[in-house]
Write a protein that binds this ligand. Sequence first.
Ligand SMILES: NC(=O)c1ccc[n+]([C@@H]2O[C@H](COP(=O)([O-])OP(=O)(O)OC[C@H]3O[C@@H](n4cnc5c(N)ncnc54)[C@H](OP(=O)(O)O)[C@@H]3O)[C@@H](O)[C@H]2O)c1
Length: 311
Amino acid sequence: MPVTPVELANTKMLITGPTGQVALPVVEHFAKIADVYALARFRKEEDRAQIEALGATVIAADLAEPDTLAAIPEDIDYVLNFAVVKSGDFDYDLAANGEGVGNLMMRCKNAKAFVHFSSTAVYEYAGHEPRSENSPLGDNHRVMFPTYSISKIAAETVCKFVAHQQGIPTTIARLSVPYGDNGGWMYYHMLMMQGGVPIELHPDKPNEYNPLHVNDYIEKIPYLLGAATQEVTTLNFGGSEKVSIEQWCDYIAQLTGFEPVFSENPKAFGSLCIDTQRMHELIGETSMDWREGIRRQLENLAPEVLLSQAG
Ligand SMILES: NC(=O)c1ccc[n+]([C@@H]2O[C@H](COP(=O)([O-])OP(=O)(O)OC[C@H]3O[C@@H](n4cnc5c(N)ncnc54)[C@H](OP(=O)(O)O)[C@@H]3O)[C@@H](O)[C@H]2O)c1
């Protein structure tokens, strides 16, 4: 039985990382029904204007610097922590991603629920075996993002520590390939296909993931908040359908006429599909068909590349 979703209308929500690909549509959605505070460093003035135009209140702060978090109201009801940094500098990235979630939770001790968005990049490579929440952890994304997997693992540990110490109901949601009308991994693949740039794949094919469409992750957020416990609920958070990079590139080829050029690299990420059992039990199945999601993405971001709007 899925958990009871939290009612977010008229609540006070804090969303970190609001200018990122994943959180921007979340801010847009919830700012229409709730009092949304959006926290990032906001180094670019246009980012601030974009978030304000959505109706959210901007908080310019750095999760690595706890003093800057004083601007967060003390009566926030729900927190969604999407912020992440991948500068490649271990000291800063561990401070912002690892200590950062702790700094944030210490400031939001009275929140009714806290969701920390993690990544399936925390799992050790294990071929085609679907990764369950207790699968071994590892430095999965080192080849492209040297600090990423380690700092996401560190962040989960800090998150659990503070939740336990402070009694904050918390969910850790490990995202698998979030995408939507504003982008996602497969959009980069389309650009590579358009430019004839080789796409590196692990030789153990097919390279399988569980892409999660924006409509689904927005719909599931109230359930993730409902699943939060002081013991901390950790769950995979991906699409119910397993899809390989090879499959989605083939589909993009059908839509655009651009042919993918694959090159094998044993150091590429490799398959990272998830065991969806706990996710389905707690928050239910996702509903977006992946082909439909990709077609909509291209219609929105690059309609000129489509051979036919009929798809
Ligand atoms: N995109 C994916 O394919 C994917 C896959 C799995 C998991 N995830 C997870 O989903 C979440 C969002 O990812 P994303 O791809 O949307 O990220 P993103 O596009 O890189 O955006 C990161 C956001 O975090 C903010 N930020 C960075 N450093 C900060 C700091 N020190 N203090 C406060 N805010 C800071 C950025 O704004 P400023 O630079 O203005 O501070 C920006 O709003 C992350 O937790 C990520 O690990 C993403």
